[in-house]
Design a binder for this molecule. Structure first.
Ligand code: X8Z
Ligand code: ZN
Length: 604
């Protein structure tokens, strides 16, 4: 959150200044390479100036949702975005100029830096800014109030979906949460309309064209790249799906889980059926398997939320990273406050591009949130590592890398490591590996099609292929197509189920998480190799290994200064993202799943 490329508020553009800046600096002659450099220096200095107050206001808003903090955040976000749009337009004047590779890269990055560009029309850009904060607020304040008057927040409902095995209760919570989103639909529809206009003014076909432009390759090529990666991992997902559906059928009955249809979305242990680790007990192998229950271990050892974060910090320290600054501990939000509305969805912030890094999380004492803590810290260590790059390079190689770093560390949270830090006493031997792999596959493999489908939906919405009247229908078609998951009940006419997932009202691109789920296994494999680990990859931890830490830091420090294939090559020796590492990691589980699935009817 909060590097320029991730800043997402609305935009306010003075049309005249845009045009004037474009014309006056060139005087109708071709500008020079020196002028291009000066333009980059000036624009980055100005954007840096505007960024600090905008980020501070966004932080205050997310930590104290009120009408006033919303207005201030929208105003300052708009100032930053409008300047960014102006510079993005102005950058085009250097299109034909012969400049060095670095200057060219920065000019290109400037053109693509926004996630939600407003058009030049001042009224529309102000409207866009307001819509952005309103949508954030609707999600952040979202609650489900039952008929008996009790109200549940998302944390409460997350716990119920993880632990309840009563299909009626699960259904109630599942549908209840989705009551927050119908009011979002007109706002969202308008947001798409305005941002599409803004994208066109920047020279893109629509907002999806802009989003796909950020991967150092033509947008269409990137879309094919996603198909290729999905094709690599899909057989695995299909095998997992088949097994999980069969076991859910055994547990709830085949009337609730028909064996030839997509799985009802309320039974998978997660509000969005995006990761399924919480139903391990239902789908686990029949033979007794010892697997580590981190939730239980945290409870037994009396870890509180702060200690969970300190443990994450200690992992990074063991790799050679400097400790987090004092201000991290003073300023982060680590537990849910009772006295005010906050945006609970976990995020990591870089306030000043210097040392003021923070997380914001309504942490629960679970294994799931223990992983999320590492995920968020990964963002913070990345941000700190690239802080000395020029503003336009302060970001990750591509956005999937930002999401992958903390998760890569998470893959090193093995039983061996947990024993080393005293969180557990015994390391389960290798006869338990199928259980461990199953537990992880329910998190990571189950996530893949979800990570992919969200933006498949959004790209269709942005391009106009899906119209507002079909938003919800198209959403469920894609849920079914990719995930083999379906709505447990008929959805009403006014339902807007995409809005019940944070990243839709939050306008955060989602393909990054799909890429991160591929990349984290590649990075884990590469770092384990650097660490000289000879054992099975699922038992490797890089904890305490300074060589691995050094290699990781080298990647982080690069920021966005090179095309992502260069960054990947530097650490993993390959220029391609590759689902092969996932296949390696889970190979024994695949064999096991294929045996279980013999004679079962798979697919939907
Ligand atoms: O949103 C997140 C992080 C913050 S960047 C907590 N994640 C996605 C989600 O929750 O949907 C991490 C995994 C996927
Ligand atoms: Zn993240």
């Amino acid at each position: 959150m909060t590097s320029l490329s991730q800043f997402k508020r609305g935009v306010f553009v003075l049309a005249l200044s845009t045009l004037a800046a474009c014309n006056s600096s060139t005087d109708n002659r071709t500008p020079t390479a020196t002028e291009a450099k000066q333009f980059l220096a000036d624009s980055q200095a100005h954007l840096e100036e505007l960024q600090l107050p905008a980020v501070q206001a966004a932080w205050v808003y997310s930590n104290f949702i009120t009408d006033d903090s919303a207005a201030i955040s929208a105003l300052l976000g708009e100032k930053l975005s409008s300047a960014a749009v102006k510079y993005a337009v102005d950058a085009a004047q250097f299109n034909g100029v012969d400049v060095d590779a670095d200057t060219r890269r920065q000019l290109e990055l400037l053109k693509q830096s926004l996630t939600l560009p407003a058009p030049a029309d001042a009224a529309k850009s102000a409207e866009l800014a307001k819509i952005g904060t309103e949508l954030d607020g609707l999600y952040g304040k979202g609650k489900y109030c039952k008929t008996d008057g009790t109200c549940l927040n998302l944390n409460d409902m997350t716990t119920i979906l993880a632990n309840s095995r009563d299909p009626q209760e699960l259904l109630d919570i599942w549908t209840g949460w989705r009551e927050i989103s119908p009011p979002m639909k007109p706002l969202y529809t308008r947001q798409v309309e305005i941002a599409n206009e803004g994208s066109k003014e920047l020279g893109f076909d629509d907002l999806s064209d802009l989003w796909r432009a950020k991967y150092d390759m033509p947008g269409d090529e990137f879309a094919s790249e996603l198909d290729r990666l999905w094709g690599q991992v899909k057989p695995f997902y299909d095998a997992l799906h088949c097994h999980v559906r069969a076991e859910l059928g055994n547990y709830y009955g085949n009337d609730i889980v028909p064996q030839d249809k997509a799985i009802p979305a309320h039974l998978l242990g997660n509000m969005w059926a995006q990761s399924w680790g919480n139903i391990y007990d239902i789908v686990k192998p029949k033979q007794e398997m010892q697997v580590v229950d981190i939730t239980k271990a945290l409870e037994e050892k009396g870890y509180d939320e702060i200690q969970m974060v300190k443990t994450g910090e200690a992992f990074f320290s063991s790799l050679g990273f400097d400790p987090l600054p004092e201000t991290f501990w003073e300023r982060s939000l680590i537990t849910k406050p009772e006295d005010r509305e906050v945006v609970c969805h976990a995020s990591a912030w870089d306030i000043d591009d210097k040392d003021d890094i923070r997380i914001k999380m309504c942490t629960q004492r679970t294994g799931e949130d223990f992983q999320t803590v590492h995920h968020e810290l990964g963002h913070n260590y990345y941000q700190r590592a690239y802080k000395n790059q020029p503003l336009l390079y302060r970001g990750s190689a591509h956005d999937g890398f930002h999401e992958a770093v903390g998760d890569t560390i998470g893959l090193s949270i093995t039983p061996k490591y947990l024993k080393q830090i005293g969180l557990i006493e015994n390391i389960p031997d290798e006869s338990n590996d199928i259980g461990m792999l199953m537990q992880l596959a329910l998190e990571k493999i189950a996530f893949l099609p979800f990570g992919l489908m969200i933006d498949q939906w959004r790209w269709k919405v942005f391009s106009g292929e899906v119209e507002p009247k079909d938003y919800n229908k198209a959403w469920w078609e894609l849920r079914e197509k990719y995930q083999g998951v379906r709505a447990p009940v008929e959805r009403s006419e006014d339902a807007f189920d995409p809005g019940a997932k944070y990243h839709i009202p939050g306008n955060t691109p989602y393909t990054r998480y799909f890429l991160a789920h591929i990349l984290q296994f590649q990075l884990h494999e590469a770092l384990c190799k650097i660490a000289g680990d000879q054992g099975p990859i699922n038992r490797c931890t890089i904890y305490g290994n300074k060589d691995a830490g050094k290699a990781l830091n080298a990647l982080l420090e690069m920021g966005m200064s090179k095309p992502w294939p260069d960054a990947l090559e530097a650490i993993a020796g390959t220029r391609q993202m590759d689902g092969g590492s996932i296949a390696n990691y889970f190979a024994p589980l695949k064999t096991w799943l294929d045996e279980q699935n013999q004679g079962r009817q798979c697919g939907w």
